[in-house]
Design a protein around this ligand. Structure first.
Ligand SMILES: Nc1nc2c(ncn2[C@@H]2O[C@H](COP(=O)(O)OP(=O)(O)OP(=O)(O)O)[C@@H](O)[C@H]2O)c(=O)[nH]1
Length: 805
């Protein structure tokens, strides 16, 4: 089915004064007017395991907010936020897309992120820049491997306010209660609290036999019942405080299965929130002793406390629905607006008009027509005064001045020019030449008062491929294309070793996309070599002492000598490596971590130049040319032994001394990336699956039972979890789960789940292998599980593979 765009202006545009109507190409868009106040802004992301429905929910939100006339579909490649050709072809999100959405009084900057771990960098940067996240779960599958992955990413950047959306309740096997149990079993949060109950069918007589589905929701906070028709249009009823009046009001017969759950669900909600609010606790204590008095507590007495508990992450609000059928979308929007923080709520200090402007560049993209596009969020300062088109800003991270040519609000692939950005807003700046993801931009006139914002750390690359330019004349364009690509995606790394270009990425799919983008976006001519996993080397067994500390070079005919005092050792077991340094630790003389800039052009800070030299050695071991890892490098001091020495010579000197230390230490252990797999297969093929895993160097961690909904999720830790005070409705509330077979149509009792660790190198073609082993019924997902040292025999194999044995 193809989406057709209406040729008339949508009614919403004539009706709503707050929206501006714009004709962009053939689309009529009701664009979100910039928020009038920062307290009405909600910077939020949708994050989840792959295929949970993030893009579908985004599309439903755009439809409900009147941005779209018809929702597009992932399945026909017609969504707004998945606009790259590769995204449309594959039906997956590859890059995060941000879009401002006007909903009631709020403006959301909504970021739809990819779920595939190979595009984890996009979740990383979105997590850095949002104040709240809606985490989707497929309610057939429950918590999945990458649900935990994105959860950790949100933790890393302190995104405390989260809301769960249990999606796909229309699917066979979907279960509201089992999804809640799965949240607890996987310890995502100790206090998931449903804000709504699903109604699978309004037909109470045949409820137990009902078709899989969802037709309505009860909002337990606002005490409303929502009902959607097959076109996704909703009507809402206010529920009576006396449940006996439900039938009289023509809402639900008393025999409807959801009716008996309303009082326990609301009671549990109120009691859970009151645990974190004395005021609500007092309200509840002041109620008449009749339990049904809980139904009389008005929303105004609940919402402020529910919001405070969400902001502090004391509770985890849970909503549910079907993004595909637009069921529950309005509630997601309402609760994001009501519960998530605004930029004012999370600002380190009350924003002042006089504060120096500080912005974080959280994403950089390249557009053939517009050039570099830098996505920024304003963290302090009143930009109306300081940031306008044509202003000059200082990149505080790189100490470079940048000129702004345009400021835009981006609606996925469409743009709207604006004059300025204000506190809390997310927008795009055109014209910046040097800025990269994670850089801080400040206004030049108050630069000294502005400190740098927290960095964004790309996940470590685990796979690489060689790139062979087709002709000698293609070499430079290929390298330039790679440099541009790496600027848009900091999880892409490349290096030139002995005339060969190696590109590193986060997985096979990432490499495939890198290859396509180089050809299609940069028209680079090259052959793509064999893919292999990225190995690493540790420090050798001998003492890592340099033969000499001094290093000399010729500069303009003069010999310049520099001495560098470094100490190098292996990281101890209880020491954590720095992800920005491939799990090494590199410290300056004051004991603070050093950061390596991408190039030394224009650099004057001696320690940044030294860090650049260190980084060139750590990325290519003198023994194997593999990246070094688990090293602790301390720069103790440096001295210019010649006069008028330019600081740039420190890069060569530090590289020379460090390389010498590492050579003297000898070759270290080799490490390879591991993955954690969760495989679901029929009972009768589990034996073959386990045998194959063992033969490929895998280690089985758990052989679980049932497969669906993660109730007995073997991935969860073995300790018991508390259900005390947490309301979990009976399974019958989701009749499709009770009637269900597994999600592939076969009975789940014959399925087993295997959790294993295995070397990534052995699992590159696992989907084909598992298909053969399981007769096509198995499925798996995997997440990176870090690097591990390999055995001596495997080390020899790896050295042979990389041509070093
Ligand atoms: N039955 C059903 N299918 C859904 C629902 N939401 C999404 N889907 C389907 O699930 C598949 C994945 O949906 P997407 O919206 O692309 O999921 P995603 O989480 O954005 O995927 P990635 O960004 O690639 O991780 C598509 O086939 C959708 O049509 C739902 O509520 N019910």
């Amino acid at each position: 089915m193809r989406r057709t765009w209406s040729s008339r202006i949508p009614q919403c545009c004539t009706r709503k004064a707050t929206r501006q109507c714009q004709v962009i190409g053939k689309r009529y868009l009701a664009t979100a007017a910039p928020a009038s106040s920062a307290s009405e802004l909600r910077n939020m992301a949708l994050v989840a395991h792959i295929d949970s429905g993030k893009t579908t929910l985004t599309e439903s939100i755009l439809l409900k907010s009147s941005y779209l006339i018809h929702a597009g579909s992932v399945d026909t490649g017609s969504t707004t936020t998945d606009f790259l050709p590769a995204e449309r072809e594959r039906g997956i999100t590859i890059q995060s897309a941000s879009i401002p959405v006007k909903w009631r009084d709020w403006t959301f900057n909504l970021i739809d992120t990819p779920g595939h771990a190979d595009f984890g960098m996009e979740v990383e940067s979105a997590s850095r820049v949002v104040d709240g996240a809606v985490v989707l779960l497929d309610s057939v599958e429950g918590v999945e491997a990458q649900t935990k992955g994105v959860w950790k990413q949100l933790d890393r950047y302190g995104v405390g306010s989260r809301l769960i959306f249990l999606n796909k309740l229309d699917r066979v096997g979907a279960s509201f209660s089992q999804s809640l149990t799965s949240l607890l079993a996987n310890r995502l949060h100790p206090r998931p609290v449903p804000l709504a109950l699903p109604i699978a069918s309004f037909d109470s007589k045949d409820y137990a036999q009902a078709e899989p589905g969802i037709q309505g929701l009860v909002d337990l906070v606002k005490w409303e019942l929502w009902r959607w028709n097959k076109d996704g249009e909703s009507i809402k009823h206010v529920l009576p405080q006396n449940l006996d009046e439900l039938e009289q009001a023509g809402i639900l017969p008393p025999s409807h299965p959801v009716v008996s759950q309303l009082l326990p669900a609301r009671t549990s909600l109120l009691e859970n929130v009151s645990m974190f609010s004395d005021e609500l606790m007092e309200t509840l204590l002041g109620l008449p002793s009749d339990p049904s008095a809980y139904l009389t507590v008005p929303v105004s007495k609940i919402m402020p406390h529910l919001r405070a508990a969400t902001l502090r992450s004391d509770i985890l609000p849970v909503l549910c629905g079907s993004a595909f059928k637009h069921i529950g979308t309005e509630l997601v929007m309402d609760y994001v607006g009501e519960l998530f923080p605004s930029p004012v709520d999370v600002a380190a200090e009350v924003p002042k008009a006089s504060a120096p402007l500080r912005m974080l560049a959280w994403k950089v993209t390249w557009d053939k027509r517009k050039g570099w596009m830098t996505f920024v969020r304003v963290y302090s300062g009143e930009c109306n005064r300081t940031l306008t088109k044509q202003s000059v800003v200082l990149n505080a991270t790189r100490q470079q001045r940048e000129r702004i040519s345009k400021i835009q609000l981006l609606y996925a692939s469409q743009a709207q020019d604006v004059d300025s950005l204000s506190f809390g807003q997310v927008g795009v700046i055109l014209g910046l030449r040097y800025t990269r993801t994670g850089d801080t931009l400040v206004s030049t006139h108050k630069a000294s008062e502005a400190s740098s914002l927290r960095d964004i750390v790309p996940p470590p690359p685990v796979m690489s491929a060689s790139i062979i330019p087709q002709m000698q004349s293609d070499t430079e364009p290929v390298q330039e294309a790679l440099a541009s690509l790496a600027r848009t995606d900091p999880s892409v790394r490349f290096e030139v070793q002995e005339g060969q270009i190696l590109v590193h990425g986060l997985g096979s799919l990432h490499l495939e996309i890198i290859e396509n983008r180089l050809r299609e976006e940069w028209q680079a001519n090259f052959e793509f070599g064999k893919r292999r996993v990225s190995y690493r080397e540790g420090l050798g067994p001998n003492e890592p002492k340099p033969t000499q500390n001094a290093w000399s070079t010729e500069v303009s005919g003069k010999t310049i000598t520099v001495s560098i005092d470094l100490s190098v050792r292996e990281l101890q077991d209880d020491e954590q490596g720095d992800a920005l340094w491939d799990d090494n630790v590199v410290l300056g003389p004051d004991g603070k971590p050093l950061r390596a800039p991408d190039d030394t052009a224009g650099l004057i800070d001696p320690l940044a130049i030294i860090a650049r030299g260190i980084s060139s050695v750590l990325s290519t071991s003198p023994h194997t040319s593999l990246a070094l890892s688990h090293l602790h490098v301390q720069v103790n001091k440096y001295n210019f032994l010649s006069e008028q020495a330019p600081p740039s010579v420190l890069a060569g000197a530090s590289a020379f001394v460090l390389r010498d230390c590492i050579k003297n230490a000898g070759m270290g252990d080799v490490m390879e990336p591991y993955i954690r797999l969760k495989i679901t297969a029929h009972e009768d093929s589990v034996g073959k699956v386990v045998k194959d895993l063992t033969e490929h160097g895998g280690e089985v961690l758990d052989l679980g039972a049932g497969a669906s909904s993660g109730v007995a999720d073997p991935d969860a830790e073995a300790e018991p979890f508390s259900e005390e005070g947490i309301y979990i409705p009976p399974k019958e509330l989701s009749p499709s789960a009770a009637n269900a077979s597994g999600h592939d149509g076969t009975s789940s009792q014959y399925k087993r789940t295997v959790v294993a660790l295995a070397p990534l190198s052995q699992m590159l073609d696992y989907s084909n292998r598992l298909r053969a082993l399981s007769g096509g019924h198995g499925h798996f997902d995997m997440v990176n599980a870090g690097f591990r040292k390999v055995s001596q025999a495997r080390k020899m194999e790896i050295l042979r593979e990389i041509g070093r044995a």
